[in-house]
Design a protein around this ligand. Structure first.
Ligand SMILES: *Cc1c(COP(=O)(O)O)cnc(C)c1O
Length: 466
């Protein structure tokens, strides 16, 4: 470890005023309209220089962030209900992460673990082994992004089982690379025109209680039976290397399968010699109030993928799994130039410390206790919310224009989203039908900011429905 001990004192040596300037008051400020003039000018530059394929949901350009507040270049301070898509779970500008990154950068930034290794990579793998479900012997491999972790989990599953087929679920999202696009369910915008896709990927219906055709009460049994029957009839269980599932689906709409579905699916896979891969990239690492969303049911997957929340905003991803599977791969078969970058690893160790020592699983549960009753109030008042779901600080509402027909209301979702943005609340939508609002605040967000954000959401509904 390096000589520096305090991140801010390194940025601002002996300058308490500068140090104080870096601390952002946890307060929403609307200095201009949103986006403000400087952000609008910046967005013109973006259009002229960045591929149109890369969209921006709320084009305010950020200059600093801390805990639950993002500050833009026009001096607006926005409340963060998105955490950069479930990434900054330990809070924007987490002090432990900043310190660890600065110390590591001062030591060295890269050697390539495959050339000359370093301890930080081992620390992350040991921590992942200790935290992921199951007491069995584990190994991990580290990568740069969630999609890369998923790709590698599939590579490992195929080598370890000597089988090829992979089963994924309706509404699933696993990334944007070629193999992970094939696993991802939604065409627009993720797949449209980007084919041909990787082969030997099969999709089965997801246990989606709200939209289960015969009613939520039949979802568990019928979804499980349908899954098994479809795999047996259309793929043949002996051909299947792995089933991959998000224990709570992310982009697809925060769909929570009924309790018992993951347990039954994992058990059936085990009996059929099929690996059960939990893609915990969005749901893992305290987000749902447990270390991993599968912990809710006590499910022990064969392989677990992690990314988003892992390194407090630095790019890092992992595959963690049974030692005999992970070690089935020939030496050199896994890796990548940057995978497990030392700065990202140092950030991950600090982020995991923060999750443990600041008790962020409990914070996620407290966030649920604050948000859920407010969402119920808005639902009762407006009558346009068909379903409220999720766990911990991974919560969502599904907007419909007809409570009986459950017609998705994407237009209203977009209008409410826009009204939230205009008031300085960063919100995200999702869902196969574009009609789901998802709430993913940093787990360190102050209670009053959470309430203020929910007040804004309430106002936004009123405005959009007026
Ligand atoms: C975001 C996400 C991915 C892809 O991660 P990237 O880092 O964007 O490649 C994969 N799986 C799930 C469940 C995700 O939420």
């Amino acid at each position: 470890m390096g000589v520096l001990t305090d991140g801010f004192s390194h940025v601002c040596p002996n300058d308490p005023e500068a140090y104080a300037r870096l601390m952002i008051e946890q307060k929403r400020i609307l200095a201009t309209s949103i986006p403000g003039p400087k952000s609008q000018a910046m967005q013109q530059r973006k259009l002229a220089t960045v591929s149109a394929g890369v969209g921006t949901g709320l084009p305010v350009y950020i200059e600093a962030a801390q805990d639950g507040i993002l500050r833009d270049i026009d001096g607006n301070q926005l409340i963060d209900f998105g955490s950069g898509i479930a990434v900054t779970s330990v809070g924007n500008g987490n002090q432990r992460v900043i310190d660890a990154v600065q110390r590591q950068i001062a030591d060295f930034t890269h050697t390539c673990f495959m050339v000359t290794p370093y301890e930080e990579y081992l620390d992350v793998c040991e921590r992942l082994a200790a935290l992921t479900p199951g007491e069995h012997e584990k190994r991990s491999a580290l990568f740069n992004s969630g999609a890369e972790a998923v790709e590698n989990a599939i590579k490992i599953a195929r080598v370890a089982t000597k089988r090829q087929a992979i089963v994924a679920f309706d509404h699933g999202y696993h990334g944007r690379t070629n193999l992970t696009m094939a696993l991802t369910a939604k065409n627009m915008p993720y797949k449209d025109g980007f084919g041909p896709f990787a082969s030997e990927i099969y999709r089965v219906p997801m246990a989606y209680p709200y939209r289960w055709p015969t009613g939520a009460e039949h979802c568990l049994e019928e979804a499980f039976d349908g899954f098994v029957a479809q795999v047996q009839a259309q793929v043949g269980e002996d051909n299947v290397a792995a089933v991959i599932i998000e224990p709570i689906q992310g982009e697809g709409g925060f769909i929570v399968p009924p309790d018992g579905f993951l347990t039954a699916a994992a058990q059936w896979c085990r009996d059929a010699g099929i690996l059960f891969i939990a893609d915990e990239i969005q749901s893992g690492l305290c987000r749902t109030g447990d270390w991993f969303a599968v912990d809710h049911e006590g499910v022990v997957p064969d392989l677990v993928t992690t990314a988003k929340g892992l390194a407090g905003g630095m790019p890092l991803a992992g595959v963690t799994g049974r030692a005999e599977l992970m070690d089935a791969v020939h030496t050199g078969g896994l890796g990548g130039t940057y995978g497990g970058n030392p700065v990202a690893c140092a950030a991950a160790i600090a982020a995991l410390d923060s999750m443990q020592e600041d008790e962020l699983c409990a914070k996620a549960r407290a966030i649920e206790d604050t948000i859920l009753p407010r969402l119920k109030e808005i639902a009762d008042k407006t009558g346009v919310i068909g379903d409220i779901r999720g766990r911990g600080a991974m919560l969502a509402i599904e907007l419909v224009s007809d409570q009986v027909a459950k017609t998705p209301n994407a237009a209203l979702t977009a209008a409410v989203n826009k009204a939230c943005h205009a008031r300085g609340l960063v919100t995200l939508t999702c869902g196969t039908y574009g009609n789901v609002f998802r709430f993913l605040p940093p787990l360190t967000i102050a209670e009053d900011l959470l309430h203020e954000g929910l007040d804004i959401l309430d106002e936004a509904f009123t405005e959009a429905l007026a």
